[in-house]
Design a protein around this ligand. Structure first.
Ligand SMILES: [Zn+2]
Length: 230
């Protein structure tokens, strides 16, 4: 937070900082895995956002928290390369970050520390909840798939290409982005080690998922682009 303790001033400062960060990091972000992209966000952007998350959970006037929420969504999409139309619920499923919960968690932790200090005790470690994301084994194509899936259906104006819509109206059976994220997050025992019992590397698992997503991605790509050309 700035020395004026004003969320508006801090938000403007954080927005400028985000622009500069994206400019500097974009050559690296284009090359690293989805999981590292989120780790970069956690290192560089989360500290800018934390004071605003605390403010959001206090503030009654909703216009500033809405601007904070927009800033949060924009920052995470810029780091992951996710399209503008990516739903907030999907971002939360992927990253495990919720602005309101984070704000409440920070307040609870600060109060706990303050109460200890009043008793001349020194808090050890952090009482903050760990942010558990679902992207450790996510392949690059996940974001590309998500961006296609959140486009407007080329055959039905104003309707998004959700897996349900494509299945019900166009007989295209492909998994939803949410299903894929969950399958990449909860690995079965066969993926952690092969038939030989040798532990699989993280890169092996990512490549495996990359090949799994290829067929539904190609089907979706052909459906969207094929119908746009007609
Ligand atoms: Zn349609």
């Amino acid at each position: 937070m700035t020395n004026k303790l004003s969320p508006e001033v801090h938000l403007t400062w954080a927005k400028n900082k985000l622009k500069a960060l994206i400019l500097k990091l974009s050559p690296i972000l284009s090359k690293i895995s989805v999981s590292y992209k989120f780790n970069f966000w956690q290192v560089f952007v989360r500290p800018l956002l934390d004071p605003l998350a605390v403010f959001s959970s206090f503030e009654n006037n909703k216009s500033v928290p809405m601007a904070i929420e927009r800033f949060y969504r924009k920052s995470i999409k810029s780091f992951l390369g996710a399209g503008k139309t990516t739903p907030s619920s999907l971002l939360e499923l992927m990253t495990g970050y919720n602005l309101e919960n984070r704000g409440k968690n920070l307040i609870r932790d600060s109060l706990h520390r303050w109460n200890l200090r009043k008793k001349n005790k020194f808090p050890r470690g952090t009482g903050l909840d760990k942010i558990t994301h679902s992207l450790k084994y996510a392949p690059h194509s996940l974001i590309k798939y998500s961006n296609l899936m959140n486009k407007i259906c080329p055959l039905c104006p104003k309707v998004r290409c959700s897996a349900k819509h494509l299945s019900n109206f166009h007989n295209l059976k492909i998994p939803s982005v949410e299903e894929l994220v969950e399958s990449f997050h909860f690995l079965g025992p066969d993926l952690k080690s092969g038939a030989d019992g040798v532990k699989r590397s993280r890169q092996w698992i990512i490549n495996h998922f990359e090949s799994k997503i290829k067929i539904p991605y190609d089907k979706l790509f052909c459906f969207i682009n094929g119908n746009q050309l007609n």
